[in-house]
Design a protein around this ligand. Structure first.
Ligand SMILES: NC(=O)c1ccc[n+]([C@@H]2O[C@H](COP(=O)([O-])OP(=O)(O)OC[C@H]3O[C@@H](n4cnc5c(N)ncnc54)[C@H](O)[C@@H]3O)[C@@H](O)[C@H]2O)c1
Length: 383
């Protein structure tokens, strides 16, 4: 039986009820499946500039405030936490408004359209003492959790190489209409790195890997797309990014490849983590979401395949042999956010921090410089 705390629930509001805002309504809507979880959570308010999306939220039990102006939502006294999922050019204004309204924030990535914004939001959150984390859900998959345990095991031997990737393919279709994620003025000059980058960077940053250098291969593949109104529009963002890096991993320097691609044939939403050492190695991909591959060697060498069950950080009613999916890990991420906010995360994996979001923007700024100069950019040691 669920033993959620009897104390008052955390009252959550969503600003931006598009793709991700509705996923969050789904995750919070079945909060009761968490077992022995210390915090109750209720989605009570939503803001979107599109009235049709507000109407969608009328089907969500408990939502009682519907706003088209985020300032009206933030003026409501009964909101504790705000989740913001809007295009990147709006992050700075809305994130700062949330913080200054006295609310805690679960921000969407990339935490501002560029590095300067990310630093300003981080600094304001620290100045005001607000609890702020950034959305990145893939590390909550059982395969990712197990892969991180191997990375931390100290048993890799000599580190040979690592690869972190997040791959999409729907943009292979040149007739797909443009949207804000394909336009620099909304998405940011980082393009695909702004869009997919935190998914790739969160685990290496949390494992303490330090980037020493970056050589970027950035590609713009389709320069224009249908505008959805019978014409065409410029598609000026970087579509694919392959970053060949030198990283300090477990105290040793090794090649690290970071890949963020919108045009990766056959990949719908593939998150990949691979780390190889001379003694042990690990591979996990959402292509095989219940499979963990682990390398080890004695006289012979093995790649062992483990069938993973529902080994998520926060236990739910779901049976241990079942497979987790995107809605499950989004809920796990929210559980980590609210547990950490309540001081009850313990030794479990936490959401990406503002410091990590700033660090990932530093990587993408270096990648843009590398692309511009067609050379290797050396990163300063982390403070
Ligand atoms: N964590 C993830 O897996 C993941 C996945 C996709 C997108 N994202 C991030 O989520 C954010 C939103 O992306 P999305 O895919 O949900 O976009 P989306 O376009 O589907 O939704 C954005 C919503 O914001 C609304 N909006 C625009 N201006 C607004 C304003 N001033 N006030 C209130 N609402 C406003 C739009 O009407 C739209 O409904 C981005 O930061 C994106 O990078 C994260």
């Amino acid at each position: 039986m669920s033993t959620l705390s009897a104390s008052a629930p955390v009252r959550v509001a969503v600003i931006g009820g598009g793709l991700m805002g509705r996923e969050v309504a789904s995750a919070l809507g079945r909060w009761f499946v968490l077992e022995n979880f210390p915090v109750r959570a209720e989605l009570i308010a939503v803001c979107d500039v599109q009235p049709a999306l507000l109407d969608w939220f009328r089907r969500v039990p408990g939502v009682r405030h519907f706003c088209t102006d985020h300032r009206a939502l933030l003026a409501l006294p009964d909101i504790d936490v705000v989740y913001v999922a809007v295009p990147h050019h709006l992050h700075e204004e809305i994130y700062l408004d949330v913080l200054r309204a006295g609310k805690d924030l679960l921000a969407e990535k990339p935490f501002g359209i560029d590095l300067a914004v990310a630093r300003r939001v981080r600094d304001e959150a620290a100045r005001l003492g607000r609890f702020v984390r950034v959305s990145s859900e893939f590390p909550f998959l059982p395969g990712a959790q197990r892969a991180m345990a191997v990375a931390r095991s100290g048993a890799l031997g000599k580190v040979l190489e690592a690869r972190c990737a997040f791959l999409h393919s729907s943009d292979l279709d040149p007739t797909k209409p443009i949207n804000w994620k394909r336009q620099n003025r909304f998405c940011g000059l980082g393009g695909v790195m702004n869009d997919l980058g935190l998914h790739v960077a969160h685990v290496p940053l949390r494992l303490g890997w330090k980037l020493r250098s970056i050589h970027a291969q950035l590609q713009k593949i389709y320069p224009e797309r249908p505008d959805g109104k019978g014409g065409v529009a410029a598609c000026d963002t970087w579509d694919n990014a392959t970053l060949l890096c030198t990283a300090e991993i477990a105290g040793q320097c090794a090649p690290l490849t970071l890949e963020m691609k919108r045009l990766a044939p056959g990949e719908t939403n593939t998150w990949i983590f691979e780390l190889l050492g001379t003694e042990r190695g690990v591979r996990f991909s959402t292509k095989e979401p219940k499979t963990l591959w682990q390398f080890h060697r004695e006289k012979e060498q093995w790649w062992e395949k483990t069938d993973l069950g529902f080994g998520v950080p926060f236990k739910t009613i779901t049976g241990g042999i079942f497979e987790p999916g995107f809605p499950d890990i989004l809920m796990q991420m929210w559980a980590a956010f609210l547990a950490e906010r309540a001081g009850q995360l313990g030794d479990r994996f936490g959401c990406a921090t503002p410091k990590e979001a700033v660090a990932h923007h530093e990587w993408w700024a270096a990648a843009l410089e590398s692309q511009l100069n067609q050379g290797v950019v050396t990163l300063p040691p982390a403070p």
